[in-house]
Design a protein around this ligand. Structure first.
Ligand code: PAF
Length: 282
């Protein structure tokens, strides 16, 4: 398996190994790989001539220093997991200096308002950090297709907007959420949960599923209130937000319209660990 730590080395490799019509599939990650990531890689391996996976904990998308410090970094394990899947995967694990060239700052983006909702409202500057690194990675990797999990549905919509606005020639593929048998959405942050926290965290999906049922016959405000009350029954969990939003604009809804697609979005603290999840409602 090829592993590159420097942008210049990956670029040189691609110049030598990429022919004019070969396709590159790209899976950007921050490491601590789980089944959800591996599913993105499998899809990329099936659909492209080359598959590149980046592993880079991007400092500019963290608005909380402790969260950045505690983010799991498990490169050796990650490489092992990927080599079990396929030796053909090309790994790009650059340093902060290589990616930011001495200035670890995010660019400022206008994503037509998508960036102000939910994660954007609670994690100021987060999507500027995501936009900055994803654009930089796309410029280096030059992917034909890039694969993103739907757990970060807002991020997925924002990356699509980034590509539309910057005219980068890459197709963005959204892939379904992978869940543990308890229903807990797979996330690198789950590594930080102890067994009690993990059990409690599974409640998030049960509440989401019930909220979907309620949404079929009730308006969003009623469902939001019910959800808030449900979370209050679980002292280990602290609800940060529960929002029912239009899937394309990400704006919270007041009244349902038949022609629109809606989705529930939730962010919850399990003690100090912040988890997000989402579920399509119709
Ligand atoms: O979803 C993630 O893991 C990160 O936000 C991404 C897309 C790799 C950018 O750092």
């Amino acid at each position: 398996m090829q592993i590159f730590n420097k942008n210049i080395d990956l670029t040189e490799f691609l110049t030598l190994h990429k022919s004019s019509n070969s396709t590159i599939g790209f899976v950007p990650t921050m490491g601590a790989l789980h089944e959800g990531h591996l599913a993105l890689m499998k899809q990329s391996l099936q659909e492209n001539d080359l598959t590149i996976v980046s592993i880079f904990v991007n400092p500019t998308q963290f608005n909380n220093a402790e969260d950045l410090e505690k983010y799991p970094r498990t490169l050796e394990h990650d490489v092992l997991k990927m080599s079990t899947l396929s030796e053909a995967i090309i790994v790009f694990a650059p340093t902060v200096d290589d990616m930011y060239e001495g200035k670890t700052l995010a660019q400022s983006f206008d994503f037509d308002g998508l960036e102000h909702q939910m994660e954007g409202a609670f994690r100021p500057g987060h999507f500027d950090g995501v936009g900055t690194i994803v654009k930089r990675l796309f410029e280096i990797v030059t992917p034909t297709k890039a694969y993103f999990g739907e757990k970060d549905f807002q991020q997925l919509q924002i990356v699509k907007k980034l590509v539309a606005k910057t005219h980068l020639p890459v197709e963005i593929i959204g892939c379904p959420i992978h869940r543990e048998s308890s229903g807990l959405a797979m996330s690198s942050r789950n590594e930080r949960l102890n067994s009690t926290e993990r059990r409690e965290a599974a409640v998030i999906y049960s509440i989401l599923k019930k909220s979907k049922e309620l949404f079929q016959t009730n308006e969003a405000a009623f469902v939001a209130l019910w959800t808030k009350n449900e979370f209050e029954k679980h002292p280990f969990l602290k609800l940060e937000y529960f929002v029912i939003a239009d899937e394309s604009t990400l704006l919270p809804i007041t009244y349902k319209e038949k022609s629109k697609k809606y989705r529930a979005f939730v962010a919850v603290f399990v003690n100090t660990i912040r988890l997000i999840d989402t579920l399509s409602l119709n």
